[in-house]
Design a protein around this ligand. Structure first.
Ligand code: NAD
Length: 554
């Protein structure tokens, strides 16, 4: 692939001057710039999760930018795994960009084959929000992590995490949200991270409080905060596969244990025990087999310690990085005794299509996000999850790149918010347009049998029709960007998901696009869970008048 080491500055664009024919293309261009500006390794186009890229290579990137700048009102840009392949004549209500990222045919959907194809420049992994230009920095998953901690507190600790100890690992693009989420939930949180540069980045962006290199020092900070019932976050330079067993050996039992290292990628992500970051990097592409073998062995020890903590009473959960799947391959037969966060804590919300919904100020204006925060507190006073979150986020979550907010909203709420914001853009109350998207990890948008759809009530865990239907529905609902991704852990074969972005530019046409896309998106989410037999979804469909055809109960 072509690299561009000279490109060191990855800034976002401010103001309302257009470089593209309309805000629909301009908005998407600004979102592409944004994922690079907040990404982990933008000179390699890597946004997060080891290899999650915004575009295939720099030539492809430049052609995407050129394509967006020349798109006519009746044209759609087509992108195949981060590479633009052409412009189609469509119509004014069609999406501006459609893409498919990292989709491999079933029998061939394996990590080894993905690495070969990636090396040949034939595909790239878009992660979830990297290739879809929807990533907003560590904030993107922070409410999810915070809500998990709150659910654990409700279920186990009298709704109070003060004085409680959370042990986790990984301070990358997504994992970097953990220390701030832990502090917002009032806990003492220790995050083990092998790469000191990642720790420094989280200190710099305000997501982490302390950086230490010594376990004793780390535990002293945690103990001190626990004794006072104070929240604290500590980043410890170390390998989780070494530190977790050592904490266990010392007889310390954290209240909550999880992990967000990039365990899904044994070559470009997870650093095996005994390796420095530089040693692992030097073997990448040179001796992948050795890295995979050592990574699996290391993860087996890492997960063995997590299971031992679980036996001693810690609340242990998998936070979506496929660590159990890898551990099982390494001989840990009971790795799946650890539950996944979605099934354990969030499924009742997803059943009502309540999930991570986000908006970004395309004019790069923090005051616009503050005005939307104020609107939410006024418009949704009875929604305690969202009002509590918005109050906390306003105080605690620093913006990275374009000012943005993420909040868990459901059917009807998303549409009503977006339409109101569109009116605020039209009236000039906001200084510029706002883009709306949601995480791929959303009710109707993801089939991932080891994360999103594990142990579905009707056994439909591996059915990938739902995200495909979702993407088709988003195209027919006039969304601005629609994408279908595969990959997830191991880059292939683990999941299929769809993504959607709609730009609120203050026009009537945008109001129609927002209404159709966002309403149909959450309708499908409710239908997916209703079809799997979840009462909350059947109830939501009945209350909200969602036209679900219930063949089970007829
Ligand atoms: P990333 O690659 O940006 O960061 C991973 C971090 O883990 C890096 O900083 C790396 O140095 C560190 N690390 C690797 N091996 C380690 C070890 N043995 N000990 C200590 N630190 C180690 O990845 P990310 O974007 O933060 O994502 C992390 C994982 O979470 C991925 O597997 C991703 O797929 C998954 N994920 C989950 C969710 C969710 O909703 N729960 C969302 C997105 C991503």
């Amino acid at each position: 692939m072509t690299t561009n080491k000279d490109r060191k500055e990855f800034a976002v664009t401010s103001g309302t001057e257009l470089r593209c024919p309309s805000w629909r293309e301009e908005g998407l261009l600004r979102l592409l710039e944004n994922v690079l500006s907040v990404g982990e390794d933008p000179s390699r186009l890597v946004v997060y999760a080891a290899l999650g890229r915004a575009a295939r290579d720099w030539d492809a990137h430049d052609e995407i930018v050129a394509g967006l700048k020349r798109l006519k009102a009746n044209e759609t840009l087509v992108i195949q795994s981060g590479k633009p392949i052409g412009v189609l004549k469509t119509h004014a209500k069609a999406p501006k960009v459609i893409m498919a990222n990292c989709n491999l045919v079933g029998q061939w959907a394996k990590a080894e084959i993905f690495y070969e194809l990636e090396k040949k420049g034939l595909t790239c992994w878009g992660g979830l929000t990297a290739g879809a230009w929807q990533y907003i920095g560590s904030q993107g998953v922070i409410q999810g992590t915070y809500e998990i901690f709150c659910r654990i507190a409700e279920q186990n600790f009298n709704s109070d995490l003060a004085g409680r100890f959370i042990l986790t690992a990984g301070l990358g693009g997504m994992g970097g949200s953990q220390p701030l989420a832990g502090v917002m939930a009032k806990a003492a949180i220790l995050v083990v991270e092998i790469d000191p540069e990642r720790i420094a980045k989280r200190i710099d962006n305000g997501y982490l409080q302390h950086s230490v290199t010594d376990l004793d020092e780390a535990l002293a900070l945690i103990d001190n905060a626990r004794a006072k019932g104070e929240a604290v976050s500590v980043g410890l330079v170390g390998n989780a596969a070494e530190v977790y067993p050592e904490i266990l050996r010392r007889g310390i039992v954290p209240d909550i244990v999880t992990d967000q290292t990039s365990a899904h990628d044994l070559v470009y992500g997870y650093i095996p025990k005994g390796y420095t970051v530089a040693q692992a990097k030097s073997l990448r592409g040179v001796d992948n087999e050795r890295l995979m073998k050592d990574g699996i062995e290391s993860i087996a020890e890492h997960v063995d310690a997590m299971l031992a903590f679980q036996k001693k009473g810690s609340v242990v959960f998998d936070n979506g990085n496929l660590i159990r799947t890898q551990a099982e391959k390494g001989g840990i037969a009971n790795a799946f005794d650890i539950p996944v966060f979605t099934e354990a804590f969030l499924r009742p919300l997803f059943s009502r299509a309540i999930g991570p919904f986000r908006w970004m100020s395309l004019a790069n204006c923090p005051e616009d996000i503050a005005k939307i925060d104020a609107y939410i507190l006024e418009a949704f006073p009875e929604n305690k999850i969202v009002t509590n979150w918005v109050r906390l986020a306003k105080e605690n979550v620093p913006f990275e790149g374009l000012p943005a907010r993420i909040a868990w909203l459901g059917h009807g709420e998303r549409t009503s918010l977006a339409v109101s914001v569109n009116k605020m853009v039209a009236s000039g109350e906001l200084s510029g347009p706002v883009a709306f998207s949601r995480d791929h990890l959303d009710a109707g948008a993801m089939a991932h049998p080891n994360i999103m759809t594990e142990n579905m009530r009707d056994g439909s865990d591996v059915i990938a029709d739902w995200p495909l239907i979702n993407a088709m529905a988003m195209c027919s609902s006039q969304a601005d960007l629609v994408t279908i991704h595969s990959g997830g852990g191991g880059y292939a074969g683990y999941m299929t998901s769809s993504g959607v972005t709609v730009v609120a530019d203050g026009t009537e046409a945008a109001e129609e696009r927002l209404t159709l896309s966002l309403t149909n998106d959450t309708s499908l989410g409710v239908m997916r869970y209703a079809d799997a037999g979840y009462e909350e979804a059947l109830d939501e469909a009945a209350i909200k008048g969602i036209d679900y055809i219930d063949l089970h109960n007829e």
